[in-house]
Write a protein that binds this ligand. Structure first.
Ligand SMILES: NC(=O)c1ccc[n+]([C@@H]2O[C@H](COP(=O)([O-])OP(=O)(O)OC[C@H]3O[C@@H](n4cnc5c(N)ncnc54)[C@H](O)[C@@H]3O)[C@@H](O)[C@H]2O)c1
Length: 442
């Protein structure tokens, strides 16, 4: 919006000015952090008619956007090019651009350290930069996932002589990359405001972007909702991974059990077994809740148990692999394994916390020679240096003692795989439709 000096300002409140700027879409929006969450969000805001500036510390990524190239699977380059040509989106590493912004949306990474404690350095750094650059009145929305009670603490740096001119809200990202049914516009946004004015402004912002909102009583409710949602999945996927192990011992199919249990019309929600839980959220954010719980003197036993199960899954898959190649003692020396899919989820080029990484480590530790194929990545941070990335050819498949399907990308030629493979361990039950006798589900 056009900015006036304080002395010239009409007698409207900062809240009213911002509401007006949002209603007329004259508000300038900055999105800080243009990754898997931030770039799709910036595109949706710009498509709603706002002028958006994306700010990110990664110069290479910003140069790509400047050339009209997207690095996020869910955002086609054509969308970036179109919005840039209409003057509604540009990207920069320059934080001074924040001075033009009326609304600042924070999507920087948050995570955990090696000690499993919350690591919020990027968020703290980004908010420090915002605090020194913004020109109130401003709406600051933290979309990054945070441990409960974090937003209000970090928002203190925005207080200007006690006057409310910086309106702070938390509206946690619920994006599910690759989900074509529930995108950003189809997923209601939980919104908590530091004050009722902050809540009103954040709600208006999302409404103007075409995103349904769920207002909640406080910022802390919004924070706890997000960490609970991720914990719910973490615990339930771990539970179903235990089921897979028990079913195997009983010589029944966990998938048959899940299909049957899913016929119950109430009180049951299916989760799928797999080689372990990956990504930047589900195996990470529950530790925000665990940390808070511990501080409150009510430590979470379930999160700790789910973590144990999750950590064991790569070892379990290795044990299954050894049994399938006839090594009951678990020694895989001299065997050749082909791992298909190294990203943490199908059709997404994101390897963060991928269970494929510890699985490859386990297979190699057991003595196997491991080759890895993934059509979506050309290099993988954290991949065991003894594992070679390989193209997927009939020969590569045929020379493996076992093919382990870890991440079932749609583009993989499974027909060729089952025709050429001696045996396939399908950790996601992705090949069941092929009804091939050499395919064994987890
Ligand atoms: N990826 C998901 O599926 C997903 C889903 C829901 C919520 N989230 C949450 O969204 C947040 C962002 O996650 P992501 O997956 O988009 O991360 P990401 O790593 O894909 O992207 C983050 C971007 O922020 C940039 N960045 C880091 N520090 C910065 C700083 N100080 N200033 C400006 N830019 C900075 C990085 O260069 C990167 O481009 C996290 O809190 C995460 O928990 C992610």
């Amino acid at each position: 919006m056009a900015r006036t000096d304080v002395a010239d300002a009409p007698a409207t409140t900062g809240r009213d000015q911002l509401l007006d700027a949002l209603d007329t879409r004259q508000a300038h929006i900055a999105v800080v952090g243009l990754g898997f969450a931030g770039l799709p969000q910036a595109v949706v805001i710009a498509q709603a008619g706002f002028t958006v500036i994306g700010i990110d510390t990664d110069g290479e990524r910003m140069a790509q956007l400047d050339r009209g190239e997207s690095y996020i699977t869910d955002v086609p380059s054509s969308q970036v090019q179109h919005l840039r040509s209409e003057g509604r989106f540009r990207a920069t590493t320059e934080p001074t651009a924040l001075a033009q912004a009326d609304c600042i949306v924070i999507c920087v990474p948050t995570g955990i350290g090696a000690d499993r404690r919350p690591a919020l350095d990027s968020l703290e750094q980004a908010l420090g930069t915002v605090a020194s650059a913004l020109r109130p009145p401003s709406l600051v929305i933290i979309e990054s996932s945070v441990p409960p009670a974090t937003t209000r603490r970090l928002a203190r740096q925005f207080r200007l002589d006690g006057e409310e001119q910086v309106f702070v809200a938390h509206a946690p990202e619920r994006i599910d990359p690759g989900n074509s049914r529930f995108g950003l516009r189809e997923t209601p946004r939980v919104v908590g405001g530091e004050t009722s004015a902050s809540l009103d402004l954040a709600m208006r912002f999302y409404a103007q972007c075409g995103i349904e909102t769920v207002p909640v009583a406080s910022i802390e409710v919004a924070e706890l909702t997000k960490v609970f949602e991720n914990t719910f999945r973490f615990v339930n996927i771990s539970l179903v991974n235990e089921l897979a192990q028990i079913a195997e011992g009983l010589n029944v199919s966990a998938w048959d059990v899940l299909e049957a249990a899913s016929t119950k019309p109430y009180g049951f929600m299916p989760h799928a077994p797999g080689p372990g839980i990956g990504g930047s959220c589900i195996p990470v954010i529950p530790f925000f809740l665990a940390d808070v719980a511990e501080r409150l003197g009510t430590p979470s036993r379930l999160i700790a148990a789910a973590e144990q199960v999750n950590r064991f899954m790569p070892k379990y898959v290795t044990q299954r692999a050894a049994a399938l190649v006839g090594r009951r003692d678990g020694d895989l020396a001299g065997s050749h394994m082909l791992v298909l899919g190294v990203t943490y989820k199908p059709d997404q080029a994101d390897c963060r916390h991928s269970p494929a990484l510890p699985l490859v480590d386990q297979l190699i530790a057991a003595g196997a020679t491991v080759r890895v194929h993934d059509p979506l990545v050309t290099e993988v941070a954290g991949l065991n240096t003894q594992a070679g990335l390989t193209p997927l050819t009939p020969d590569v498949v045929a020379t493996a003692d076992l093919v382990v399907v870890v991440t079932p990308h749609r583009s993989l030629d499974y027909q060729m795989v089952v025709e050429r493979a001696r045996c396939v361990l399908d950790t996601r039950n992705a090949l069941s439709d092929l009804a091939a006798p050499n395919v064994v589900p987890l």
